[in-house]
Design a protein around this ligand. Sequence first.
Ligand code: FAD
Ligand code: SF4
Length: 399
Amino acid sequence: MTSTAPKHHKAKALKPGSVRPAKELCSECGLCDTYYIHYVKEACAFINQQIPELETESHGRARDLDNENELYFGVHQEMMAARKVEPIEGAQWTGIVSTIAIEMLTQGKVEGVVCVQNTPEDRFQPMPVIARTPEEILAARVNKPTLSPNLSILEQVEQSGMKRLLAIGVGCQIQALRAVEKQLGLEKLYVLGTPCVDNVTRAGLQKFLETTSRSPETVVHYEFMQDFRVHFKHEDGSTETVPFFGLKTNQLKDVFAPSCMTCFDYVNSLADLVVGYMGAPFGWQWIVVRNDTGKEMLEMAMEQLETQPVMSKGDRRQAVQQSIPAYDQGVTLPMWAAKLMGVVIEKIGPKGLEYARFSIDSHFTRNYLYTKRNYPQKLQQHVPEFAKKIVDQYQLPED
Ligand code: FAD
Ligand code: SF4
């Protein structure tokens, strides 16, 4: 008897805790927790970087490297700043991601939404789910600032017989998802992405909170914001801010996951629609519509949003160039100097899209150096052309 089941059904998911094919570079995206591990050599973002090829497949054209906005933010039709007129309580920003997901589900565009809730015991321990009700989507609001195995639910998608799905995720998850998209048996996949950078394991998160916050155990939410400060929100509703320049870089140097130190997909190049904050004025979210599917998704929530055009002010380049040796040598400023520098840079520093470029430039230069030092054999294949072009604008230390 011949079986008609797809080949990947024969593959076996890896056991939790076992070494993954990408070894220490694994971002725990979840693919290897399923029989889709069959495709790992091609699909894993850290084994086979293929952003340009998948961009053309997903968006119908390549990124235009001669257009500065495309070079930095990826293929897109449109960008804007937006916020919910009535923000969702407890969301990371104003809850645009959760709102779009709820509308897609309740208006029947999709049968389920891949998103990540937290475990009952730990607010920062990710628990990926396929949400089928608005309540389940809302329960996934707010960032779990830890590596999250969102794709671990892929077997459930196929088994459920679902044909129309919305997946929410960060770049490495979406890259692997795009690579196996055709194997999922779906009629339509919608992809809603967020930018992502400097993620950590659960243990790394603890170290970050303990070295940076005055009260690590009560933090419910944090973000590196456009005013060059980390904003922590505590259980009692109070806010604590710590200037970037005052972070204990020497202690935090190896807190970020090695996957994130070699990542060049900050802006989630392969999602249909991206919702972040860094290209927008403080308090607003930043939206990048990559293709028609992304436009269709954004339209579902448009009535609930106020919007304004994106803006750009200042010049990031000197600040980026100065950040390179500072990070490299693990320099930490005394708190008074860090605060002063934060105030000055906030007044005269880069704003809007220029702030986003500041953040991309400083992370790409750092990650390029990290990759070059630790994985020299990977450098050529792993760093996409757009990232090479961005990094080439700066002088990097010689080794
Ligand atoms: P909400 O409505 O609160 O929904 C958040 C959604 O994110 C939920 O649906 C949930 O399923 C999903 N999610 C939560 N944690 C994870 C995770 N670990 N992996 C995958 N999906 C997850 N934006 C920027 O512009 N610049 C940045 O530097 C930046 N860094 C980020 C770093 C991390 C680790 C993450 C997870 C996100 C980052 N973002 C960044 C995105 C930004 O913080 C917000 O998530 C985004 O603007 C959406 O806000 P919201 O209020 O609309 O989301
Ligand atoms: Fe597997 Fe994902 Fe880890 Fe790559 S990043 S080894 S695909 S779990």
